[in-house]
Design a protein around this ligand. Structure first.
Ligand code: ATP
Ligand code: MG
Length: 405
């Protein structure tokens, strides 16, 4: 396995104001070429610290890619740090100097002396052209390692990487990835259910990622372990069944949208505690007018009665957060809108408003079609945003299950 490591240089990346996105871009690209990223470092603009990062990277990785710190300013130290660590000199590259001088001449500005620094390359290195800026990148192959120094600004880095760095990059063993997205199950529960599969894996790597209302499973295998990957994927399918809502990086609303369009069905929604989130998610997908008829937010009891004719007696008898109210909301919105499906959601998003019988996180979701209305009761963990999201997720999942029956 060829191992890569990314060093993102820049003190600003250690603040809450700037995120290191270059390494995400690089990781994706590197992994597409069969190389595994085993570590990422974010390091401030300090010569010794950067040199130390190179030292650590040389000890454990085959490909080392740094981003940032190639510019002309005093805090741009990546070049110096690498040569300091390697104990080799920086030499002036006349070609680069000419190019930088020309860039300034074209704009009729005198080149600041500090820009000369950008024409200094480690002895034995190959400069990588920067079509979108002045700082060239650097490629050096030494001690059996490939080292790429790339500029910080993403659009400079990406162009340089694609055109000048990628052709030089080693090629690793290609991997195959199998993804599963699972709705409304906890991470530990999924992990436990999959133990019989995951505990027997030999060459396949297993990763589990939890998000609100969903869990993602990745199985990653080198091409020569394709058999193992196929077999373990089949076992995952057998264990989780229709709890798997996608085998790609798709959102639940995309999957539901595809199903609705495929079956030529329409849906309308009546929401209370989700405040329109379900309608929002259903309309996030281009072409949603093909399947989404309408959504109403009926937050107050009066609105539930006036818009959807939910009887006051029903609300008084069972409470606004109850199965009968959710059912009526779903049935009424379906009838009013002449849709194939109607969804009703009512619940307590908190943090206030809960009590012992009806705690925060209690949500009823009802799904009505021509023949039946089903209702599900959930108790989601606290956090207003999370409860709203999980409720919308549960509603989408009910519809998905109904459409795939
Ligand atoms: P320049 O010639 O522009 O100075 P440089 O190679 O010296 O380029 P830096 O000075 O380190 O790069 O960073 C320039 C800008 O690039 C930063 O202000 C930041 O906006 C962006 N940048 C740097 N590193 C990253 C990163 N890892 N992810 C995303 N953006 C970055
Ligand atoms: Mg800079």
């Amino acid at each position: 396995m060829i191992k890569a490591e990314i060093i993102a240089v820049g003190s600003e990346l250690l603040t809450p104001f700037r995120a290191d996105t270059n390494s995400l871009y690089l990781t994706r690209s590197v992994e597409e070429h069969g190389i595994r990223v085993i570590a990422k470092t974010i390091i401030g603009d300090d010569l010794n610290q950067i040199a130390q990062s190179f030292s650590i990277a040389f000890d454990r990785s085959d490909v080392i890619i740094s981003t940032g710190g190639l510019g002309p300013t005093i805090d741009d130290l990546t070049r110096e740090a690498l040569t300091k660590y390697l104990g080799i000199p920086l030499v002036l590259d006349k070609n680069i100097l000419q190019k930088i001088e020309r860039r300034f001449a074209e704009r009729n500005i005198k080149m600041p002396e500090s820009n000369r620094q950008q024409a200094m390359v480690p002895q034995g290195a190959i400069p990588l052209e920067n079509e979108n800026g002045t700082a060239p990148g650097i490629f050096i192959e030494t001690r059996g390692k490939q080292v790429f120094l790339l500029p910080g600004p993403p659009f400079e880095l990406e162009a340089m990487w694609e055109k000048y760095a990628l052709p030089l990059l080693k090629r690793g063993e290609l991997f195959q990835r199998q993804i599963f997205k699972i709705a409304l199950m906890g991470e530990s529960r999924v992990d436990e259910m999959l133990r019989p599969v995951t505990s027997t894996l030999k060459k396949t790597e297993y990763t589990i990622l939890a998000g609100p209302g969903e869990v993602e499973i990745h199985l990653l295998a080198p091409f020569d372990a394709k058999e193992e990957l196929l077999e373990s994927a089949n076992n995952v399918r057998a264990i989780l069944g229709n709890r798997i809502y996608a085998e790609e990086l798709a959102y639940m609303e995309e999957v539901v949208a595809r199903l609705l369009r495929g079956f030529n069905k329409t849906v309308s929604v009546a929401e209370s505690c989700t405040g329109g989130l379900l309608a929002h998610r259903l309309t996030q997908i281009p072409g949603s007018s093909n399947y989404f008829e309408r959504g109403v937010v009926v937050y107050s009891n009066a609105s539930k009665n006036q818009v959807l004719h939910v009887p006051y007696e029903l609300i008084e008898q069972h409470g606004a957060v109850s199965a009968p109210v959710a059912i009526t909301m779903a049935e009424q919105i379906r009838l009013l809108s002449h849709s194939d499906f109607g969804i009703g959601i009512t619940g307590i998003a908190g943090p206030d408003g809960g009590n012992e019988q009806k705690p925060v996180g209690l949500v009823f979701v009802a799904l009505a079609d021509l023949n039946v209305t089903r209702v599900e009761k959930y108790h989601f963990p606290p956090g207003r945003d999370r409860i709203k999201f999980m409720a919308s997720q549960a509603a989408l999942n009910l519809l998905r299950l109904r459409l795939t029956e």
